[in-house]
Write a protein that binds this ligand. Sequence first.
Ligand code: VG1
Ligand code: CO
Length: 539
Amino acid sequence: MIETVATTPFTDQKPGTSGLRKKVKVFQQAHYAENFIQSVFDVVKGKQGATLVIGGDGRFLNREVIDKAIRMAAANGFGRVVVGQGGILSTPAASNIIRQRGAIGGLVLSASHNPGGPDEDFGIKYNIANGGPAPEKVTDAIHARTKSIDEYRIASAASIDLDAIGESQIGEMVIEVIDSVADYADLMQSLFDFTAIRGAELTMAFDAMSAVTGPYAKEILERRLGFAEGSVRNGTPLEDFGGHHPDPNLVHARELYDLMMSPHAPDFGAASDGDGDRNLIIGRGIFITPSDSLAMLAANAHLAPAYAGGLKGIARSMPTSAAADRVADGLGIPAYETPTGWKFFGNLLDAGMATICGEESAGTGSDHVREKDGLWAVLLWLNILAATGKSVKQIADEHWGRFGRNYYARHDYEGVDSAAADALMTELRGKLGELPGQSFGLLTVEAADDFAYEDPTDGSVSRKQGVRVLFAGGSRVVFRLSGTGTSGATLRVYLERYEPVAGRLDADTAEMLAEIVAAADAIAEIVRHTGRTQPDVVT
Ligand code: VG1
Ligand code: CO
C-alpha cells in the first residue's frame, strides 16, 4: 500500500526567512506540497523508526496537508508521528513537543502572521531535533533537492482521525494524536510563578486574533491563572482568521490598542499571531515596542523562577534596536547580533551562550524552546508586574531612566514591484563605500555596510543580511527586503535613535525619528524607486 508517485520539480520551492510560504492556490497544485515534504524527508538522516512531530496553526489547508504528511511519513519509514489534536500546534508548542519527545524533527504548517483562507497564504517549515527552525545548511539542502526530485512516496490509508486523542497505525508507523495545549501549559507553569500572578489580581485583555493561541491562552490565562472569563478575545481559531491579518501590531490589533488607550483599559494588553510565536505588549496608556520589550524582559527576567539564576547572554536580530545590548552591558553578560529569523538563535541557545533572544518583529523567547514564543513573553511580563507591583508604564519609565531610550519604528512598503525593490537594494549596496562622512540634515554617516554574520559556534557565514547605515551618536537606519511575503516585494526600513539618560525620554516617537526618516529616503531614494511617499504599515 505504499505508492511511489512520479513527479517533476517546481522551481519556486526555496524556503525564506521562515520556511516555504506561498499562496494556498500554489500549494493546491498537484504534487506541490508532496514535492516539498519529500524533499525534506530526503535530507533528514536517520528517519527510519524515528519520531516526527506535525502540527499547524489551523489555517485553511492545514488538515489536508497534515493528512498527506502523515501518509508520506509512513511511506518514508518514520516510526511514529506525534500530531496535535485537530492538527493544531502553536509553533512554540511544536518546538516543545519535538524536544520533549526526542523527535528527529517536525513539520510546522503555518504562514504565521500572513492572512489565511482559500485566496491567502499557507506555509511549511521544517524544524530540527533541537526544536528550532532548520539552519541554512539544511534549508539549502532541501531547496537543492526540490530542484531534482522525480518521485515521492505516500501510503494509501483509510482516513486518519485527527480529532480523537490516542494512537492508531499505518503499517508499522504509529500515529499519536495528543492534546495540543497540556504539555505547553505545564511548561509555562514550570517557568513562571503562577501563584504570584494569580495573587496579584491584575486585569488583562489578550487578543488571540482568531488564530492558534486561543485555546492556549484560555487554558493558561483564564483557567490556570484565574483571569476573568472573556479576558481572551477572538479565542477560537478560524481557518481564515475571520478575514483579518493575524499580525499583532498597531495596525492589525487596532481594537486592542484603542482599548488600552481608553479610560476602560485593563492593567495589561497583549496579542499573538497566526502561529503563536509573536507577541504585542501594551500597558495601560503605553505601547511597548518589541525591541524595548526584549530589553525590559531581559533586565527583569530574574524575577521569574526559571531565570532567577541570571542570564547567560542576550541575542537580538540585527534590525532590532540596541536597547537589549545596553541591558547586557549593565548585567555584564554577552550580547549577540544575528541575521533576521529565529533559525540563527538556535546554535547560541544550544551552546548555552544566550538565554533570551528577540526580534523587532514582535518575537521574544528563551532557551525553554527553540522558537520565539508569544505567550511566554506575555507570562514573563505578568510575572514581572506581579513580582514588582508596578505598572507597565512604571517599568518602562524606570528602564529608560536607567539605560536611556532607543526610539524605534519600522516602515514597511508592501507589494512593491520586485524589480524596483531589487534595484533599490542593488544601488544602495553600490554606494555603501561613499556614504561614510556624508551628512543628511543634522545626521552624519559614521559607517555603512551589508550585514554579514559568522556563527560563533560553527563558523558558518551568512551574507547580504541587510544594509546598515550608522550615524554619529548612535542613530541608525537599516534596509532589507522581507523573506516571508507571497506577492511582490516588501521593503522594510528600520529606524532607530538613541537618547541617553540625560536626554528626552518622554517624546513622541514619530517626531524623534523624523530626521532619520528623511535621511533614509535621501540615502535609498525610496520614493524614486517605489513611487511610494508613505509606508503601508508603521510598527
Ligand atoms: C519576518 C520578520 C522576522 C521573523 C519572520 C518570521 O521576516 O521580520 O523577524 O523572524 O518574519 O516570523 P521577513 O523576512 O518578512 O522580514 V513568523 O512569526 O512569521 O514565523
Ligand atoms: Co509567527
